[in-house]
Design a protein. Structure first.
Lengths: 381, 386
């Protein structure tokens, strides 16, 4: 045997017609370590995996691991989205309701497991993409895909001797033996081949897309079937012939009050001063909230200390009130609240911008500012 | 075999002693602890023996229905364990006397409860007795047909019986599903008669099938260890592991689906049933179910190793059988109160019923050959490859 033929041989195939015979032959040949033993059969044969010495597939463990990973990731996702990032109470249940998460965890487990099984089987263990197996070019392949079972002793390198392998197969009852050479093309993934593949995929996508587009345009959509965007409902801001005023969106009934926005029961700030007291206790927390409200909304005109001197004072030609004046210090809390709600002179109402607690917190902060500018001796101690 | 005989009679005597001790304890329970606790224990154990027996009869019929070969060499084991059915039926008939104690729908106040008035056409003692008698009758008929018929076939080698058994299997399936549902609704769900769950029959079926698998697997492994089933290989009981794995998932699915829908809807008349069973002191008992009915057997059986290794398979099956008992206990005992009762009365009655059950199975284990030698499919079953 010259070295050129040994390297050019991919495998020696022995053909059998009987499943039991190929199992027996594999058991006989395997201990001789002539080469890597492999079998090609048209249907699964009991005991053949063991006879050719295939190790158990690691796929099961991988699928279990990935499935459990899916369970954990789904739980984390649901916990994060519904209990941490955007806490939303649904149906009065706790934010972290594992009962509601289980179906999604189950589905994601199955998803991870099936994708792992499919993709790992194809790409990791079967080493796809694999364009053309040498056995596909053998004469025996017609039989293998029909009713013959092939035992193959595959080359493991220079020590492989096809003639010995051929003898071994014949001794073990092979009906015919074929030496399969390594095909001439040894680089199936050439640039041209790759480009051709990509072009073919692109062409297939184009044809499928264009075909679907044409079908969608040409095939009429008959009543029980509808395009989802054609729904018997009015979209926002569309007109309607149903209502007399022609508007699709209906205005709120006159006198509607939004929740938490009851109109004030007083007509002037003075009246508010006699009616209302600050419901918020004066604490560090409310004062700090008031500072934020004051600096965001009030300081632009009244100044950060509330003395009525601020950046915008000249621009408007207005003279904002000095909140630190003796007059303002003498006014009750309700009066400041009333001005905030109703506006005064050039100042508009801030009622739509602030919620109830913010308004009263701002009132507290005005008091804090007044005290800070008129500190008593004991405050300084 | 000479060493086997004295050991065997020793075990038998121990079981008889256990049973007698249990019987004495059981009488004490009735006297000291009152009828409610006595009947609750009686019901749990009767249902336990009945479901294990029915599960095994179901496995026998299932093999006939689908024409399985792999289980034929092991079929004598479920046929023998199914002998728990003729034991459990008299126990269930005795339990009928406990119905007025345990079941609120038998009480006079029912006339003021509109839900129970509406359910009265189903929940009344005469119809209850008729259902019990009908179930008992069909179970005995099918038990006699499948088990006695199979024993007769040992001698007659009559292949016609195999055909007949296959033809009757679909009928058994229908009867089985109806009768298990009736047991679930009558004997368990009726303990809180306002409650209802369409799924409950399926839930008990899942437990019945699983406990049947567990009983059969433990029986097969036990006989193999005693060298009585030399031709049964791991490839045969591998499938018991597979079925066990599949049905722990089925049980978990059914149990969780029932729980989740009731939890979600939060309807007072439905949710109260779970409130009695997972709140307070019952919570740790409830947690035993996912642990031993699902997680432990699932992870033990998921690999091929666990199904072929007798030790791992045995642990998984003992876990399932234990969890099945906990399941029945968890279903029945909350009617006695918010505290799970477990003390000497439970142990005493466990001794009685376990003793009776094991004695019955031991007696059946001596009947006929250890494999169905008259079945024409036996050779195929022995040759069967995984």
């Amino acid at each position: 045997m010259s070295s050129t033929t040994t390297t050019a041989t991919f495998a020696v195939l022995g053909l059998y017609s009987d499943a039991q015979k190929i199992v027996d032959a594999a058991k006989q040949i395997r201990p001789r370590k002539l080469g890597r033993l492999e079998a090609y059969t048209p249907y699964p044969v009991h005991g053949l995996d063991k006879a050719v010495g295939l190790p158990p597939s690691p796929l099961g463990k991988l699928v279990l691991g990935m499935g459990l990973l899916g369970t954990i990731l789904a739980l984390l996702l649901e916990w994060w989205t519904s209990a941490v990032d955007y806490p939303l109470v649904v149906g009065g249940k706790a934010l972290f309701s594992w009962q509601a998460f289980v179906p999604v965890m189950f589905e994601v487990t199955v998803l991870f497991a099936t994708f792992t099984a499919g993709l790992a089987m194809l790409f990791a263990f079967n080493k796809l993409p694999f364009f053309g197996h040498p056995v596909l070019h053998s004469k025996a392949i017609k039989g293998i895909t029909r009713d013959k079972l092939a035992l193959s002793i595959e080359s493991t390198g220079a020590t492989f001797d096809p003639e010995v392998a051929r003898q071994a197969l014949i001794e073990n009852g092979a009906e015919s033996v074929e030496i399969v050479p390594i095909p001439a093309w040894d680089r199936p993934l050439s640039l041209v081949g790759l480009l051709r593949t990509i072009a073919a995929i692109a062409a297939a996508c184009l044809v499928a897309g264009a075909g679907l587009f044409a079908a969608e345009k040409m095939i009429p959509v008959v009543p029980p079937m509808l395009h989802m965007h054609n729904q018997p409902k009015l979209n926002a801001f569309r007109s309607s012939t149903f209502f007399a005023d022609g508007r699709g969106m209906r205005p709120a009934v006159a006198g509607t009050v939004a929740r938490g926005h009851l109109p004030p029961a007083f007509a002037t700030p003075e009246e508010a001063g006699t009616m209302l007291a600050n419901p918020l206790p004066l604490t560090q927390k409310t004062a700090e909230r008031g500072r934020k409200v004051f600096n965001d909304h009030c300081a632009v005109c009244h100044g950060t200390v509330g003395d009525g001197v601020a950046l915008l004072s000249h621009a408007y030609g207005a003279k904002p009130g000095n909140l630190l004046s003796n007059e303002m210090r003498a006014r009750p809390d309700g009066y400041i609240y009333g001005v905030l709600m109703l506006g005064k002179n050039a100042m508009p109402s801030y009622a739509p911008d602030l919620d109830e607690a913010d308004r009263w917190a701002a009132v507290h902060y005005v008091r804090v500012l007044q005290r800070s500018q008129n500190a008593k001796d004991e405050d300084l101690r | 075999m000479t060493t086997e005989a004295p050991r065997s009679s020793l075990v038998r005597n121990a079981l008889v002693a256990l049973t007698i001790l249990g019987a004495a304890g059981t009488a004490l329970v009735y006297v000291c602890e009152g009828p409610a606790r006595f009947w609750a224990n009686w019901l749990v154990w009767t249902l336990f023996l009945l479901t294990v027996g029915l599960g095994n009869l179901f496995l026998v019929a299932l093999e006939r229905l689908v024409g399985a070969h792999w289980s034929v060499p092991m079929r004598r084991v479920p046929e023998r364990i199914a002998s728990l059915i003729p034991l459990a039926i008299p126990l269930l008939i005795i339990a009928f006397f406990g119905v007025p104690v345990l079941f609120p729908w038998t009480h006079a106040e029912v006339a003021h409860n509109p839900i129970l008035v509406a359910k009265a056409p189903w929940l009344n003692l005469p119809f209850f007795a008729i259902r019990l008698a009908a179930c008992a009758l069909v179970w005995l008929l099918f038990y006699s047909f499948y088990v006695r018929g199979s024993l007769r076939q040992d001698q007659s080698k009559d292949a016609a019986f195999t055909v007949k058994a296959r033809k009757l299997a679909p009928l058994f399936m229908v009867v089985f599903f109806f009768s298990v549902t009736i047991v679930a609704f009558d004997w368990i769900s009726g303990l809180e008669p306002e409650w209802y769950s369409d799924m409950f029959g399926v839930y008990l079926f899942a437990g019945t099938f699983l406990s049947g698998i567990a009983g059969m697997a433990l029986g097969v492994l036990g006989l193999i260890r005693r060298g009585r089933l030399p031709d049964v290989k791991p490839k045969h009981f591998y499938n018991l592991g597979t079925l066990g794995l599949a049905f722990t998932v089925f049980y978990a699915y059914i149990g969780f689906a029932q729980y989740m829908l009731i939890w979600y809807a939060n309807l007072p008349e439905e949710v109260v049933w779970f409130k009695h069973r997972i709140e307070g002191a019952w919570y740790p008992v409830a947690m035993l179910l996912p642990l031993f009915h699902f997680l432990l057997p699932f992870f033990l059986l998921i690999g091929a190793v666990g199904k072929k290794n007798p030790k791992i398979l045995r642990i998984a099956m003992v876990s399932i059988l234990f969890a099945h008992f906990v399941d029945l206990y968890w279903l029945v005992f909350p009617v006695l109160g918010a505290q799970p009762l477990f003390g000497w009365p439970e142990l005493a009655m466990a001794c009685l019923f376990l003793g009776l059950g094991l004695l019955q199975i031991r007696r059946a284990m001596g009947r006929g050959a250890d494999m169905p030698v008259g079945d024409p499919l036996l050779a195929k079953g022995l040759e069967w490859q995984l």
